[in-house]
Design a protein around this ligand. Structure first.
Ligand code: SF4
Ligand code: SF4
Length: 312
């Protein structure tokens, strides 16, 4: 079978993850834990189970199917009036056997994260070869964090290049330089996320230091790689003009390697995913940003001669 990784989605016809029409491969597992994360199903390194409350008929099949006593009957939670709490899974008892998922005939339970081999992923990616050739597209590897799976990601990128497929690597940059250095020969464009230049704020909101992230970005630019920097614009975190001025200063130093910056205004379309995973989301009451709300930030970057798009 060869190398495997957990894949949450292989999204075809993607137009926001690099040039042209692309297939985006989402790997499950990330070392960061960004408070606003739009892909919460890609943070944990193990398989998980979605529980889609709106599809649940409370038939009890999952309860009967679970031999580990991990599906909690509603009465035990004392939350009859709160539909959100019916048949919640107790993760301390659950061994992820997925018997409950198979038992649910209403599609309310779904496995998140399928183990896939490099060959299986490439087979799917290759299906849209004509679209890539016509549009200048290709494959984008994202997550989660692809550099957390260096061997798998390397084999995937290498396999794509051998098949003549253009490649993008979407990364937080939080990894050892040696990992990025090893992937470099098989990456056409890096989609590199920059969240915040303040080291303290970065640790507070993502759980990790930005030092290796900034250092790796500088090294990629020095190596002459092609880079699109992606900046999620998060209300109350990195959306001030003053902060963007510092970012613009830093990015201007990357020279010709910086192809452009994508500003990604915060949105809350991922609320359901948090609910399905049974997690609270600190940003659930924060409204989505309109494109016009990042105009000031766009101006700051453009004043430095940086090409900018909004929305990916
Ligand atoms: S089997 Fe599915 S529909 Fe029935 S109670 Fe469990 S989650 Fe709900
Ligand atoms: S995955 Fe298996 S152990 Fe976990 S709740 Fe479902 S049936 Fe029980």
């Amino acid at each position: 079978m060869g190398l495997q990784a957990l894949v949450t989605n292989i999204q075809r016809y993607s137009v926001n993850d690099g040039p042209g029409i692309r297939t985006t491969v989402f790997l499950k597992g990330c070392r960061l834990n960004c408070a606003w994360c739009h892909n919460p199903e890609c943070i944990d390194f193990g398989p998980e189970i979605y529980w889609k409350q709106s599809l649940c008929t409370q038939c009890g099949r999952c309860f009967s199917a679970c031999e580990k006593g991990a599906v909690q009957p509603p009465i035990a939670l004392g939350a009859e009036e709160e539909n959100d709490h019916y048949y919640k899974i107790d993760s301390s008892r659950c061994d992820l056997c997925m018997a409950c998922v198979e038992a649910c005939i209403y599609g309310a339970l779904a496995r998140v994260g399928e183990p896939k081999s490099v060959e299986e992923v490439l087979e799917e990616v290759e299906r849209d070869m004509p679209f890539y050739l016509n549009s200048g597209g290709g494959m984008t590897v994202t997550g989660g964090e692809p550099t957390a799976f260096p061997d798998f990601t390397l084999a995937l990128l290498k396999g794509a290049k051998e098949r003549g497929i253009h490649t993008c690597l979407d990364t937080s940059g939080f990894c050892e330089w040696e990992v990025l250095d090893g992937l470099r020969p098989f990456v056409d464009i890096f989609l590199y996320d920059i969240k915040c230049l303040s080291g303290k704020q970065h640790v507070l909101r993502t759980g990790v230091s930005n030092s290796p992230i900034l250092a790796n970005l500088t090294r990629l630019a020095e190596a002459g790689e092609s880079i699109i920097v992606r900046i999620p614009v998060i209300p109350g975190f990195n959306d001030s003009v003053q902060h963007m001025q510092k970012v613009a200063e830093f990015l201007a130093g990357l020279g010709k390697s910086l192809l452009r910056v994508d500003l990604l205004p915060f949105h809350n379309w991922c609320q359901d995913k948090y609910r399905w995973l049974g997690r609270d989301w600190p940003y659930k009451d924060v409204g989505s940003l309109a494109v016009s709300e990042v105009d000031d930030l766009l101006d700051v970057l453009e004043e430095k001669g940086i090409e900018v798009t909004v929305g990916g």
